[in-house]
Design a protein around this ligand. Structure first.
Ligand SMILES: [Fe+2]
Length: 216
């Protein structure tokens, strides 16, 4: 998923459907020297791509095939993200595979509400992209159809949205909370509600109360 920064609109914006890479270089050696916090933030971003492309108006059997395989592969690295074991080259390969599956899925469908909300945290507060997206994933899942939420969480190895939230806090920390003011929350929610393009990929009705709950 490519994205660009718009200072005019004070946000990041995705440009999916216009650019589709002909080639992806998935060499696990690239990750061997990556800092742990970068791996974790990126892993949570990939999880966001998987979740948001599954719970999405534009989801197809093909995009969901990528999601379900991607989640199964993503799950294999959970203990590494939690710092419970060291990663080997095969683990880095798994991370890249999950990320590639997630990228293909989200390129089919476009992003949904967690990405839309995350851009406010990233643009206004400088919170890294994956960390900002992950903050809204448990809430997005709580609002979705029960059978879809259960399937996704089970594939990724979580028992429920609260379990995912604990994982998120463990791997991404809680620094975002100090940066999240009431003013920014109101600005983000009214911004999303005023932008039909941000709402159309969510398969269920979205109003202020829904966004308030997702924001938390
Ligand atoms: Fe993303």
């Amino acid at each position: 998923m490519q994205s660009l920064l718009s200072h005019e609109k004070r946000t990041k914006a995705s440009i999916s459907h216009r650019i589709f890479p002909a080639l992806a270089l998935l060499d696990p050696r690239y990750l061997q020297t990556a800092p742990g916090h970068l791996i974790n933030d990126t892993a949570v971003d990939a999880l966001g791509h998987l979740v948001e492309s599954f719970i999405n108006t534009n989801a197809t059997d093909y995009s969901r095939m990528c999601v379900l395989t991607g989640l199964s592969v993503w799950k294999k690295s959970r203990d590494i993200f939690l710092g419970k074991r060291e990663a080997g080259i095969r683990d880095y390969e798994n991370m890249l595979t999950a990320s590639a599956m997630a990228g293909m899925a989200i390129s089919h469908t476009g992003t949904s509400l967690p990405h839309g909300l995350s851009y406010y945290l990233t643009y206004e507060k400088g919170i890294p992209h994956g960390k900002a997206v992950g903050r809204f994933l448990p809430g997005y899942l709580r609002e979705a159809a029960q059978e879809e939420t259960s399937l996704i969480l089970e594939k990724a190895g979580f028992s429920n949205p609260d379990d995912l939230e604990r994982f998120y806090t463990a791997v991404c920390g809680q620094e975002t909370e100090g940066a999240v003011s009431r003013k920014l929350k109101e600005e983000a929610i009214s911004g999303i509600l005023a932008n039909p393009g941000k709402l159309k990929n969510c398969p269920h009705p979205v109003n202020e109360a829904v966004l308030q709950r997702i924001w938390g």
